[in-house]
Structure formats: C-alpha cells, structure tokens
Design a protein around this ligand. Structure first.
Ligand code: B12
Length: 210
C-alpha cells in the first residue's frame, strides 16, 4: 500500500481517501489501513521535526486521519464486533497540556468493540478531573493518552493523585502514545505502556481476565 502511504505523506487528501475506500472495498483488513496511516503520520512528524513540514501540515495530517477513521470504523465494528455483556469499565483521556486525540479515539473505539464500557474525558484533562471521574465511574482501568514528551509529567500527576485518593491499588493504569517507552512508564508509575492500540486492548483484556 505504498501508494496510500505516499498520498498521505504528500498531503494529497483526496487521493488518500479514495485509495482508503478502494482498499476497504477490496477487503483489506481495516487495522492494516490504520497502520499505514500511523506510519505515514510518523513520516510527517519526522518532516516536521526536520523543519520541512510545519504546523499546517500537522493539522492537515490530523484531518486526513480523522476522515480516514470515519471510513475505516464501520469495517472494524462489523468485523471484530463483541456484542456481548460488558467486560469492564475503561476511563480514557488525553492528559493535561496535550490535545492530540486521534490515537485516543481509536483506543476508545477498539476498547468499546472489545466489550469495555468506555468513558472518554476528551483532551487536556487535568489530574483532578481524572480523579473526580474515576470516583464516579469506578473504572477497572484508566488509559492515559499523550503524544508530547511533556505529557509524561501530567501522567505522573494522575498516578500520584490516584495514590493520594487511596485508589491506586484498585485500578490499573495504562499509558499510550507514540513517545511511550519503559522509561516513561517507570517515571509515570503506570502498570503498562503501549504505542499501539491493539496491544493496549490485549493487555486490558488480560487484566479483566478475558
Ligand atoms: C497530527 C498531529 C498533530 C495535530 C493533532 C490533531 C489531533 N486532533 O489529534 C495538531 C496539529 C493539533 C498537533 C499539534 C501539536 N503537535 Co503534534 N503531531 C501530530 C502527528 C503528526 C500525528 C499524531 C497522530 O495522530 N498519530 C496517529 C495516531 C493513530 O497514533 P498515536 O497517537 O501514536 O496513537 C496510537 C498509539 O500510540 C496508541 N495510543 C495512543 N494513545 C493511547 C492511549 C492508551 C490508553 C492506549 C492503550 C494506547 C494509545 O493507539 C493509537 C493507535 O495505535 C505527530 C507525529 C506522530 N507520528 O506521532 C505529531 C507530534 C506528536 N506533535 C508534536 C508537536 C511538537 C506538536 C505541537 C507542540 C506543535 C506546535 N509547535 O504547536 C502541537 C502541540 C499541541 C498540544 N498542546 O497538544 C511532536 C511531539 C514531540 C515531542 N516529543 O513532544 C510530534 C511527535 C511531531 C514531531 N515528530 O515532532 N499535532
């Protein structure tokens, strides 16, 4: 699917969406298409870092990814739908200072499809809000999304606030986003880290015994 990857990277939105439709109609597994977008957005991010792309390109990339998600979502639902009773509650949000939400949206969708009751708090969510909502929603798992290096500290604040509220031992915390690694996970005090929504779902299902 090099043609799709090139269209996204070169900001040819119409071509990218037309190719996405073509591949979906041809029976390409939807999550494979998500991976192509993710890969392309990685290249766009690298160009941004090198100074050959700027914020408008990031914005357009985000819009393309959102448009593609709407095309891809119905295929994921029918293909991998769960449909049974709920397996657990999953509280989700992008942490304070960070407004990236495309990956978070995918995580929410995949958790939902896999049987979790998902509450998505949106973006730029403070530790205080996470705790208030956790008290109300009583999640089994809290998923923190963040794409900025700066987000690690916001994530850590959520974990500290959970500890202060006496809730740390009753809830699992998983962090996700392109910059996550073992080091960040230790810094944050989370139970797991992922850079991939599917891996996150797998871990969450293990935690609730599925
Ligand atoms: C699109 C984009 C934007 C869009 C976001 C639009 C939106 N609605 O989300 C806009 C234009 C708003 C934006 C703004 C900025 N961005 Co930006 N952005 C990107 C870009 C190109 C793509 C991100 C993306 O959506 N990827 C696709 C999704 C599907 O991947 P993902 O988020 O990683 O999610 C997957 C997994 O990580 C996982 N996952 C994600 N969250 C979670 C949570 C849980 C619980 C689990 C289980 C899993 C999970 O599941 C997803 C699916 O597999 C990245 C580069 C990159 N490749 O990451 C830069 C990038 C993240 N941005 C960057 C920067 C610097 C900025 C700005 C500071 C730019 C500026 N000067 O203004 C601002 C910051 C704004 C803010 N306060 O948040 C840097 C961050 C560098 C750093 N180390 O901190 C990056 C890495 C680009 C770069 N290489 O320099 N950005």
């Amino acid at each position: 699917m090099q043609d799709l990857l090139n269209a996204i990277v070169e900001m040819m939105e119409d071509d990218a969406l037309a190719l996405t439709k073509k591949y979906l109609a041809a029976g390409t597994p939807p999550l494979q298409l998500v991976d192509v977008y993710k890969e392309a957005l990685k290249v766009i991010g690298e160009r941004f870092e090198k100074g050959t792309y700027f914020v408008p390109e990031l914005i357009l990339a985000g819009e393309m990814m959102n448009a593609a998600s709407s095309l891809i979502k119905p295929y994921i639902t029918t293909e991998e739908g769960h449909g049974g009773e709920k397996v657990g509650r999953f509280l989700l949000g992008t942490v304070e200072g960070d407004i990236h939400d495309i990956g978070k949206g995918m995580v929410g969708m995949l958790m939902d499809i896999n049987g979790f009751e998902v509450k998505d708090l949106g973006v730029d969510v403070s530790a205080k809000t996470f705790i208030e909502e956790a008290k109300r929603f009583q999640p089994h798992i809290i998923g923190l999304s963040g794409l900025l290096t700066l987000s690690f500290d916001s994530m850590r604040q959520v974990v500290e606030a959970l500890r202060e509220a006496g809730m740390r031992d009753t809830v699992k915390v998983i962090i996700g986003g392109g910059q996550m690694d073992e080091h960040a996970c230790r810094h944050v005090g989370a139970d797991a880290w992922v850079t991939d929504a599917v891996a996150g779902v797998k871990r969450a299902l293990e935690w609730v015994g599925k």
